[in-house]
Design a protein around this ligand. Structure first.
Ligand SMILES: [Zn+2]
Length: 303
């Protein structure tokens, strides 16, 4: 293997931008001293976990949030398989979301993603998305990482979202020559072509069998290492490599808050606070308990 690509590198071989998590280097400058963590406790109830979690959030300088499919599902966005209704039901995921499928049937794959994009356009951000915008205004530094490919975080008002799996709203050159371009709603039927080289543009999402793009995963991993509090919300934390992020954070001393309708399959430990329930209910409750009566940091600074 050659060296890792650095910011500003001209990457000619697109595969060089992709890597497995074990290859992702950690920025040593992010290994800084943490703010005081709450004393280790063993909350017996969800209410106790909320109280401890709220205290940790109040003390935190840097919060990292990882959102998964559960957050989108609460806005009514179906999962990949749930979306396979009507004519799409005849295809397996491997016939719709792999590089081989796109090479063999680019129009079919493109139209499937156009249909999914239309489902997302019809959905609205939910209280969990809104609560995360509030959280970002209350802490000094907030890194929002998502496994979702919709744009509901941005439409709720979040900025600089770290996208592990890409975006339904963007396409990129299938030949790997250019960055991603925004996709308009009109581009539904025919696969558009790359303005630079004429190759087909493909949905800018991570397909089955593909590794995650390295720059966002590296950003997420660095935030997991550096943050004081890590909030995992709406994900079962089973599918790697994103599943390792909360535990990387826990092993580096952060308080980890897990918000999910079920704790089945989630790891547990002294620094892990399980808050069982829907994200759209529990996140607003957590943020309210943590910051009730406090003005938004940004507003306070500009006042
Ligand atoms: Zn191109």
């Amino acid at each position: 293997m050659g060296r890792y690509p650095r910011a500003g590198d001209l990457v000619r071989d697109r595969s060089a931008q992709y890597c497995r998590p074990s290859m992702v280097p950690t920025d040593p400058n992010l290994q800084r001293r943490r703010v005081a963590s709450p004393p280790p406790t063993d909350p017996q109830t969800r209410a106790e976990a909320l109280t401890v979690a709220a205290k940790a959030l109040r003390a935190a300088e840097h919060v990292c949030v990882l959102t998964g499919a559960g957050v989108s599902a609460e806005s009514g966005i179906p999962t990949f398989r749930e979306a396979q209704t009507g004519t799409w039901a005849q295809f397996s995921p491997q016939e719709l979301a792999t590089p081989d499928a796109f090479a063999a049937h680019p129009t079919r794959v493109w139209q499937w993603y156009a249909a999914r994009r239309a489902m997302v356009r019809a959905a609205q951000p939910n209280p969990a998305h809104v609560a995360l915008v509030t959280l970002a205004s209350r802490v000094a530094h907030c890194t929002l990482v998502t496994q979702n490919v919709d744009d509901l975080h941005e439409r709720a008002g979040s900025r600089d979202v770290v996208r592990l799996h890409g975006s339904l709203m963007h396409a990129r050159c299938s030949a790997g020559c250019a960055g991603s371009v925004a996709v308009s709603d009109e581009q539904r039927a025919d696969v558009p072509t790359c303005p630079q080289c004429g190759a087909l543009l493909r949905p800018d999402v991570v397909w089955f069998g593909e590794t995650l793009p390295m720059p966002p995963f590296e950003a997420a991993r660095n935030a997991a290492v550096a943050c004081d509090v890590f909030i995992s919300v709406g994900t079962s934390n089973i599918v790697e490599p994103a599943a390792s992020l909360p535990w990387i954070s826990a092993t580096h001393g952060a308080t980890v808050i897990v918000v999910n309708p079920t704790m089945e399959g989630q790891r547990s430990g002294p620094s892990i606070l399980p808050i069982e329930g829907p994200a759209g209910v529990m996140l607003p409750r957590l943020i309210a308990e943590a910051f009730a009566g406090r003005r938004a940091r940004r507003q306070a600074e500009s006042a």
